[in-house]
Design a protein. Sequence first.
Length: 302
Amino acid sequence: MRDFLDERPLQLRREPASDRGYWRVIALAGVLLLVGVLMLVLDRQGIITPAHLRLREVVQPLASWLTERRANLVSWWSTPRDVTTMQARIAELEAENARLAAEVLRLEQARVENSFLRQQLAITRSYPWNILGAEVMVLAPDAARRVLTIARGAEDGVRVGMAVIGQQPGGPPALIGVIEAVGPRTADVLMITDISSQLSVRLLQADSAPLGLMQGQWQLGSRLRVELIDRSLAMHEGDHVVTAGISGALNLPLDLAAMPQAVPIGVIEAVRQEGQRQIGEIRPFVDPDQVRYVWVIISQDG
């Protein structure tokens, strides 16, 4: 009974195993702290940087591969699995693509038309002509005759014998042909290089403008030639050639009464003598075979 009545507090006894665990935790914490401090010091001194870079080189490909797999998985998971949904989406994308293609075409056509309108404005500011723009629809498919068809006709005021001009970059607007036949909405243009094309022209010289007759030479392997009406006069390389505007009075095969004067044609690039005749080879300012848009001279002011 005395033992039970003894009021002295009982002393708790520690087990040896608990003491060892406690000190093990303290030691581990100290080691980790020491390693951390050591790593921090070594990193600041740049000693472990190569090892860090090497580790990153090893880990980076694996990390990139895992990232790519994750992106593929997300993409696959978000792709609709329903066939009807996919078909509807495809139809929607095709319709959008068609709409965008049509818009691009419309903008391109507007850009081209705007370019031609700027050219037309520049021509009318520099020359006293009332002109009508026209697209070239068809070029002559064979070598028999040099003819092209334009998308303007009688309903637009086009008549046989009217001059047709074109323009190439860096050059003046120049004659490329004459209206030969007219339909309601189209017209055929006989190119000036065709052998059946004949026009009255003038050579612009320093003190005179002698009259000559120009003829196409394409079927003979050349382009244009001119012979002066007055054989006593001389022509020179570099002389500019323009229309004379009197072709309607020369009884030529094509009615050219509507041909205005002073329409640029080309320049004399060579002169040769054939007996008593001087023949000049003309280099046209505009190659009729290269034009895709032309202007018909409807009338001339003044």
